[in-house]
Design a protein around this ligand. Structure first.
Ligand code: MN
Ligand code: MN
Length: 415
């Protein structure tokens, strides 16, 4: 008998006859309906004589030659910042993937931004909640809560921030080399290039109103920018405590931090097989609209088969190579390949797993538009159901079921 992967390799070479004898015993779904390379007979089925871009195509082996178990026509679960156009200004750049770019991504849009040391993302606010993870360097954030209490903090690689909808905020790169981060908005339509900017508002308010509003002469606004700044180069901010005191005035401090050190927290689940770290409103109190899971999987390991009942999962791949299959009724099963900088998306309740198919650690963060992180594990369900019942469904004997993990391992090893 062949393993599934061997069958895939063999069928990809066009030797369909070799696998036909093995398939009946090894596979169920691919035979009915007759879909997939394993069912292809005769020459020409598996070749692609048309135009090719081998550099691009070779990065998607699962699309080029799908596993025999894939079936149906699910919308694409893959997008990437790697091919998203950058808007570059002096001080940094940003690029985004919204629902306009990635049709399935209705609950979350993503932004990847770089700020130089001293580079400023100007003071602004917007309709959506803003959740972010730092992927490089150091950044100073400022935000005001609804009771006028300011919060100023520095974040480093692995840290998160969360700004509620409408809360005014800013970001600025620190030394030595600024920062890079990924922002998620809790709305697939949210657009980083269309936020409410402080410079725009002042430029479009009559000077005499500015004079009344701020209680100073109108001519003190003579030099305000006529066009917005969005991202611009500033001076590297100094001591954090001094900035905090300067912003605080006579207001009390905010009761909750708007930042969270996810990368250095104790994992929710951890073993030699990897780790899962969670940040949601239970431990990151202000993050009432967004939950996240940072998943680290060793080579050959698999983020176990599971689903999420309360939200879609928007994934950002931080490192390594992942291969994810998403399952839905139909049946539909779609496998795609993910590398650093790529985005994955799984609609709520769709079953999925992510395998580390590289030879280095694979890490991604799953982001959910929900106050709490929630999941159902397939093995946890099937080991907490009467074994006789499960055995009758799957033609697997009870002794085998007794060996399945019943402790929600999260990540399973190479095996
Ligand atoms: Mn913002
Ligand atoms: Mn998941």
């Amino acid at each position: 008998m062949f393993s599934r992967r061997e069958l895939l390799a063999v069928s990809a070479m066009g030797a369909a006859m070799t696998v036909s004898a093995a398939k009946a015993g090894s596979f169920g779904n691919p035979d009915e309906p007759p879909q997939g390379a394993i069912n292809a007979k005769g020459p020409g089925n598996l070749t692609d004589p048309g135009p090719q871009n081998p550099v691009l195509g070779s990065q998607f082996p699962s699309a080029q030659a799908a596993p025999a178990t894939d079936v149906g026509g699910m919308p694409l679960t893959w997008a990437s910042f790697n091919n998203a156009p950058k808007r570059i200004q002096n001080g940094g750049w940003a690029r985004q993937v919204t629902v306009d770019d990635f049709a399935v991504s209705k609950e979350i849009s993503g932004v990847n931004m770089r700020l130089t040391a001293g580079g400023i993302r100007e003071l602004h606010w917007h309709q959506a909640a803003e959740w972010a993870i730092m992927t490089y360097g150091n950044c100073r954030i400022t935000v005001l809560d609804t009771q006028g209490r300011p919060y100023v903090a520095d974040v480093k690689t692995g840290d998160l921030w969360y700004f509620p909808p409408g809360a005014p905020h800013s970001l600025q790169g620190l030394g030595p080399d600024g920062c890079e981060f990924v922002i998620c908005f809790d709305d697939g339509h949210a657009d980083e290039f269309n936020t409410l900017l402080v410079t725009d508002w002042l430029a479009h308010t009559p000077p005499e109103i500015l004079a009344k509003n701020f209680g100073v002469p109108a001519d003190s606004f003579a030099k305000i920018p006529l066009h917005n700044l969005w991202i611009f180069q500033g001076t590297v901010p100094g001591d954090l405590t001094a900035d905090r005191i300067a912003a605080q005035k006579n207001e009390p401090a905010t009761p909750y931090p708007f930042t969270f050190p996810l990368g250095s927290t104790t994992p929710f689940r951890e073993s030699n097989n990897g780790a899962i770290r969670i940040a949601d409103s239970t431990n990151f109190t202000v993050s009432t609209a967004v939950a996240a899971a940072l998943v680290t999987v060793p080579p050959g390991g698999v983020r176990e088969m599971h689903w999420h009942p309360n939200a879609d999962e928007w994934q950002y791949y931080l490192k390594g190579k992942g291969r994810m299959t998403v399952f839905n009724t139909g049946p539909e099963a779609l496998t795609m390949d993910f590398a650093a900088g790529d985005i994955g998306y799984v609609k709520r309740n769709y079953g999925h797993y992510v395998e580390n198919v590289g030879d280095t650690e694979m890490q991604f963060i799953g982001v959910f538009r929900a106050p709490r992180y929630e999941e159902f594990s397939l093995s946890d369900w099937l080991t907490h159901t009467p074994p006789k019942l499960v055995a009758q469904h799957l033609n697997v004997d009870e002794a085998t079921i007794a060996q399945w993990p019943s402790n929600r391992p999260g990540i399973m090893p190479k095996g």
